[in-house]
Design a protein around this ligand. Structure first.
Ligand SMILES: [Zn+2]
Length: 69
């Protein structure tokens, strides 16, 4: 696991808690490998939907919505 590469959430303006939250959960529960993350913002930009999946295990480990305001 490398912590050198910072996850940049382009949809979240200076929301460091959100960035930290993602960093902490960036690991597959099955193989311990790095998860591929994707973030989608709703049209009003108030809710971010976070999806994570493992390329190796072919599983989606979570899908979570984050309300920004
Ligand atoms: Zn895995």
């Amino acid at each position: 696991m490398s912590t050198e590469q910072m996850w940049i959430n382009e949809n979240s303006l200076d929301n460091k808690d959100h960035i930290y939250f993602i960093e902490m959960n960036n690991q597959c529960v099955l193989c311990g490998g790095e998860l591929t993350l994707s973030i989608q913002a709703s049209e009003d930009k108030l809710v971010l939907t976070e999806k994570a999946h493992c390329e190796k295990c072919k599983i989606q480990t979570r899908e979570r919505a984050h309300k920004l305001q």
